[in-house]
Design a protein around this ligand. Structure first.
Ligand code: FCB
Length: 459
């Protein structure tokens, strides 16, 4: 497999997110985010880790951009930390924050790499959470102000915008499951946070369009291939519920302009949505996007099991269990199922046949071993990435307009509730010294893309 198996203009990229890599959380006027707060909560993060230093990308970004260039990649998807731009989540922009992202974008452009910026990769300013966060409709308007401000001030150097990353995570996982910041347990009412996030997407999109009519803009959803463990009615219904919460609850409003009624019913939220999610909101949420970003990692096989009383990221469907099919898993415990990437692409393509699709994240965590000579032979990660890229090629053969693939992640980083205990990078990071070492997967990818990294090694 090589680049020639893909269209000439196929975008090869890699992705990171601000809180996971930047560090420098207290410099240049950055305000506190919900992740600064949540990481201080005892027991919230494995090992008590925080993003205070992370990969120090804030200071080392030039080295990281050089790596991206040497990998032969075309694009870098990073996220903008809202509290660097508006420390309190509202008002005028903090110039030092804007300047940082301008330096980054300019450096990317000088190296022939296209910047793709995500506006919200989960680091809500703490002041907005103090006002009820995404449970409060006002937060959607604050997000739109922020999006417009950033597009206005950085739209000359950044042309590709992603409003939200994975709103399922920033609503159900964060406001129902409590696994992610702000760590709340609102149960089925977390669906309201999802609506406010999506409204933020719609309002943000129109703010970006107003500030920069030439911009390319979309949203990134995390989609799963969901299959029932058996043909029994109960297991099929379990799959319907999880597909509903994880996929359709986000795809439908964005691509069809409506929420799936069965899911609102499962959640007991039909009345609230009838009153608080009027057709004007849905018109904003379903306004045309230039592309859909999909993050794909795994498949869920579901069955109806015993009710659980623990706070769940699938509120209202606590009795649904994920079945171990015996298939290989990554260190996250996520089943490896490359064909599922075709399933999720097809899912979106069926609803919106003309819409360009991008895999904006795909990758795997493994317990890497640094060999005595300093190298990291991450054969399993290499195979994971290889097999998913091959699935992408197959999707294109099937007529799906997949236009790009971004590896998660450029380098090991702060993996949210797992702290630094899970490594997703194709580049290893020594957190003591901040030394970056490309792993075998990075050399393989660079070889496929004719990057300078592989050339060096072959000499
Ligand atoms: C996704 C997130 C990303 C990273 C990967 C492993 O859900 O968008 O930040 O943590 O998972």
């Amino acid at each position: 497999m090589d680049r020639t198996d893909f269209p000439d203009d196929f975008v090869w990229g890699t992705a990171t997110a601000a809180y996971q890599v930047e560090g420098a959380t207290r410099v240049d006027g950055r305000g506190a985010s919900i992740w600064d707060t949540f990481t201080r909560r005892p027991g919230a993060i494995v090992g008590g880790d925080t993003g205070d230093i992370a990969d120090d990308h804030y200071h080392l970004f030039r080295d990281d951009v050089a790596l991206i260039r040497d990998l032969g990649l075309d694009a870098y998807r990073f996220s903008i930390a809202w509290p660097r731009i508006q420390p309190d989540g509202r008002g005028a922009s903090n110039q030092a924050g804007i300047d940082f992202y301008r330096r980054l974008a300019e450096n990317l452009l000088e190296n022939g790499i296209t910047p793709w910026a995500t506006l919200y990769h989960w680091d809500l300013p703490q002041t907005l959470e103090d006002a009820d966060g995404w449970m409060n409709r006002e937060t959607a308007y604050r997000f739109a102000d922020y999006a417009g401000l950033v597009a206005e001030q950085l739209g000359d150097v950044i042309g590709n915008w992603i409003t939200l990353n994975e709103p399922w995570c920033s609503s159900f996982l964060s406001y129902a499951g409590g696994d992610h910041a702000p760590g709340r347990h609102e149960g089925t009412a977390a669906a309201r946070a999802a609506h406010h996030l999506l409204l933020g997407h719609g309002l943000g999109l129109s703010a970006i369009r107003a500030a920069r009519p030439e911009a390319t803009a979309g949203i990134t959803l995390n989609l799963y291939s969901v299959v029932p463990a058996s043909p029994s009615d109960a297991d099929v219904d379990a799959a319907r519920r999880i597909d509903g919460l994880a996929n359709r609850f986000f795809l439908d409003p964005v691509l069809r302009g409506s929420y799936p009624e069965d899911v609102l019913d499962d959640l007991g939220q039909t009345d609230w949505f009838a009153e608080h999610a009027p057709s004007d909101d849905l018109a904003l949420i379903s306004a045309p996007i230039d592309f859909l970003g999909i993050n794909y990692y795994s498949r869920h096989t579901t069955r109806a099991g015993a009710p659980s009383s623990r706070p769940s990221a699938n509120p209202g469907s606590e009795f649904v269990e994920m079945v171990d099919t015996g298939a290989e898993r990554t260190q996250m415990g996520w089943e490896i199922h490359p064909d599922g990437m075709i399933d999720v692409l097809a899912m979106a393509h069926e609803i919106a046949p003309e819409l360009p699709l991008y895999i904006t994240e795909n990758g795997a965590a493994y317990a890497d071993v640094v060999l005595p000579d300093g190298s990291i032979d991450d054969t399993e990660r290499l195979a994971y990435i290889h097999d998913h890229i091959a699935a992408g090629a197959e999707a294109i053969r099937q007529g799906i307009p997949l236009q790009g693939y971004f590896v998660w992640s450029l380098m090991d980083n702060f993996e949210w509730a797992w702290g630094y205990s899970r490594r997703f990078g194709i580049v290893h990071v020594d957190y003591e010294t901040q030394k970056r070492t490309p792993k075998a997967s990075a050399y393989w990818l660079a070889g496929m893309l004719d990057g300078a990294l592989s050339a060096e090694v072959m000499v």
